[in-house]
Design a protein around this ligand. Sequence first.
Ligand code: PGA
Length: 253
Amino acid sequence: MRNTLIIGNWKLYGNDLIIQNLINELNKTLAEISKCLVAIAPPLLFIDRIKKNIANNIKICAQNVDIHISGAFTGDISIKMLKQIGVQYVIIGHSERRIYHKENNDYISKKYALVKSFNLIPVLCIGETELENAQGKTREVCESQIKCILDNQGIEAFKNSVIAYEPVWAIGTGRSATPLQVQHIHKCIRNYLAEQDETIAKTVTIQYGGSVNEKNAFEMINQPDIDGLLIGKSSLNATIFTKIVRIAEMKRT
Ligand code: PGA
């Protein structure tokens, strides 16, 4: 059985007020939550402080990791350091990194392997652009983003892992995909993995991300193959984020 997983991706946002509000609200809300897993992915600078003040059952997620363990790589952070500060999940291949940092499938596959080798959980972001969507290539694009890891590491690498389907055109635009569209593509993703191993495919948590808010969360989360949500903007507002966590806790099973 897959647990519902809600991750708040703060991106390059956050300040004292946001941190304090989120810590207070999450600590209160998490006392009522038993089924849903909750993680936050703040900028690295804040992690230590947040960890010291937040309830133990809130997991910490990193937004990125370098492919090197150590060395002369100015500005980068290693998986070993992330593990040391208590990170449990690492976002890999977010479209903002694919676009602004030119990260390709091969490079992302290396990061994925590294995260797994340190026994942390990769959150592999995949998804099509607006043009690819208009060309009917959604499934093809998602499969090619997964295939690279399958080819390099095999289906075993997906055991208990997390894939976040995030159509690029839905991120930060206020234009989310519809729950039925998302359910359809999530089912395709799971079937694609099941072609290799049905049992492992069932263990994969498939999240949706892209303009999730407190209004569309209920319908999203109650689709059978939507196992969680990766939330950007709405995760910075303590009231909205905790509302979504409560909605996710009530997912019909
Ligand atoms: P958004 O971002 O919720 O602001 O659309 C989602 C994401 O980029 O993970």
